[in-house]
Design a protein around this ligand. Structure first.
Ligand code: ADP
Length: 260
């Protein structure tokens, strides 16, 4: 995107980043964070200098997903250094608050925390920043649309979610604020048995692709519901790094190649 594309409210907070890609979903629990992390690791494996910003202030998940401990330092004494894991630079509220502490804030505080995680972190020059958005359509989505020239948004959906039109709501919101929607990723697309490899099309096949086309979105790919994805994700070793030659890593890599 052209620098200054969203100068409206005080300028671009990520001027050191070539392309910012938001990963969004209509609702929680569809695997948006898992997808964001694995795509970020995939971009890094493709040789891009990659950042990962956890924009979910209330429910940050990056400490668990990246398996990083400790708190960020500050090399220049002014800005925080991002945490580093699997070749990416990452920042999340999870690195800044105690694990068990609930974050009870009103909207404006969330907005200023989000702005600080962009402006007051020494991201350095990056090729791609993946932003893990909170689910739904709220303040954070607006802040991102107004303060960052987003290259675009990727919408993660499960097959049922598609049927329930949550993804469509997300699509319409990004269109309203002039953020290009780069496409749809279907997560938990089919059940892949860890024992025998049998593929069960629990929700039928092809529905998400048809729906994406109907909504005028690209279909970027499908990721199966598989035990290994859950175990690696919740264990802090994203599957793209943990099993780099496996079929799941290849699926994420293929999507990253389409986006990069
Ligand atoms: P969201 O960010 O949409 O709330 P998460 O990424 O936290 O969702 O995923 C919710 C749960 O589902 C996590 O336990 C995660 O490990 C699991 N999960 C996500 N995608 C898959 C998948 N393709 N296969 C198996 N488990 C998955």
């Amino acid at each position: 995107a052209a620098p200054g594309a969203s100068e409206g409210r005080g300028g671009n907070l990520l001027s050191n980043v070539r392309a910012v890609i938001a990963v969004a979903s209509g609702k929680g629990g569809v695997g948006k964070s898992t997808t964001a992390v694995n795509l970020a690791v995939a971009f890094a494996r493709l040789g891009h200098r990659t950042g990962l910003l956890d924009a979910d202030i209330y429910g940050p998940s990056m400490r668990r997903l990246l398996g990083v401990g400790g708190q960020p330092g500050s090399s220049d004494g002014a800005r925080l250094d991002p945490m580093e894991a699997y070749g990416i630079k990452a920042m999340s509220m999870a690195f800044l608050v105690e694990e068990e502490t609930p974050i009870v804030w009103r909207g404006p505080m969330v907005q200023s925390a989000l702005e600080q995680m962009m402006r007051d972190v020494a991201w350095g020059p990056l090729d791609i920043m993946v932003v893990d958005m909170p689910p739904g359509t709220g303040d954070t989505q607006l802040t991102m649309a107004q303060r960052v020239p987003l290259a675009g948004a990727v919408i993660v959906s499960t097959p049922q979610d598609i049927a329930l039109i949550d993804a469509r709501k997300g699509l319409n919101m990004f269109r309203k604020v002039d953020v290009p929607v780069l496409g749809l990723i279907e997560n938990m697309s089919y059940f892949s048995c860890p024992n025998c490899g049998h593929r069960s099309e629990i929700f039928g096949h092809g529905g998400a692709q048809r729906e994406a086309e109907r909504m005028g979105m690209d279909f970027l790919g499908e990721i199966p519901l598989h035990m290994a994805i859950r175990e690696t994700s919740d264990g802090g070793h994203p599957i793209v790094a943990a099993e780099p030659d496996g079929e799941h890593a290849q699926a994420y890599m293929a999507i990253a190649k389409r986006l990069a």
